[in-house]
Ligand binder design. Sequence first.
Ligand code: UDX
Length: 436
Amino acid sequence: MLKITVLGTGYVGLVSGVCLAETGHHVTCIDNNNKKIAALKARKIPIYEEGLEALTTKNIDLDRLKFSTNLIDTLNESDIIMIAVGTPIADESTGTVNLNYINECVSEIAKLLSKNIIVIVKSTVPVGTCDNIQKRLDKLSNFECVVISNPEFLREGTAVYDFMNPDRIVLGSDGREKKTVNQLYSKFIEEGTKIIYADRRTAELIKYASNAFLAMKVGFINEMADISEKVGADIKKLSEGIGSDKRIGSKFLNPGPGFGGSCFPKDVKALVKLVSETKINSNIIKSIIKANIERFEKISKDIMENVQECNTIAILGLTYKAGTDDIRDSPSIEIIKYLIKHGRYKIKTYDPVGTENCKKFLSDQVEYYVDLYKACTGASLVVIATEWDVCKKIDAVKLKNVMKDLNIYDLRGIIDKEHFLKNNFKIRSIGYKQNA
Ligand code: UDX
């Protein structure tokens, strides 16, 4: 089994570290945030992610998982150092990626290294970054460092499952150290997971292309939902109809308020930057973000058409999707911001786990409730913005007793329409004619 040091305990770093320990390796996760590391040592997980706490506790107890703030503690005992620090957008208008955290890691590794090592880059980085890291380490260090691009495809909310059950593992390298890296993923290789060996640039581009393609698929089905509403078609049947074609695939065909999260918007913007830099003629990639922003506006306008000024709107769901407390680039928040800017409404909100994060952004511009029905009390319109289970199971009778006007706008197509129609609700659901 290998000794691995993981730099960064964000989503990717923490989940990768914990899951690699679960596959039998000895892992130390490093972060320069003292508070976070102290909490992790005490088995407190800083993110809401199903199954992560149990696996962390299990692997700490098995002595395969450690946390530290000092790279020097483990670097020179490790076979592999994995870089999994954040690569946020530095400039929204140009899509430039901030590589400061990556560069700091590289300098630190070069400074402290006293043996040969494999450097795996898990963070999503612009094409050419791993080649540059290789060049820098060749220059700065007296030891042999082999840099490998190994993008991660896990989704928030199902991160542990995704890491443990990958569709493929992408390894971008110059061909050195294949044996050790295969050892890193031996559990997956034995189970038959497809390993894609590529050069570093291709591996880096695969990550951007995957996210952009999926974002485009979401954008496409959202436009099909709009067409369905106009012509009286059924979007769920349409998704099933096209998704059953194996060339298309059934996943990522759920229409909604647009995509959000920490990856799709950031990675598509970075790809648009690459399009500009390479001066290629792109219509498709460039339109993905534009269409998504216009979607937030369209939905916000639809909401405003359905409720008069000064009335109350209840927004159910603040996170960008269910299963996470992450509100980064959440469509729900974008819609709320639009409503605040362009209308005069009282906005009441409910989310099972995202409220605390949301307060940091919207503070007292909206009201927050821990009870879904209290959030809906007095509302003229209830908007279901996130596909939480609790939203799927809303009781129309209970809702009817607290709302002012019986209007519901289902942005995720999850409510039991029959149940609401029986209780005299006026329903609008994405991809269907009103009340259909
Ligand atoms: C994404 C990628 O899926 C993952 O491979 C990558 O590593 C990180 O980015 P994540 O951001 O966790 O993962 O969320 P994902 O489940 O992919 O959803 C992204 C957005 O698309 C969400 O806002 C979601 O609501 C939306 N979406 C997704 C839809 O609107 N419809 C769909 O059918 C699928």
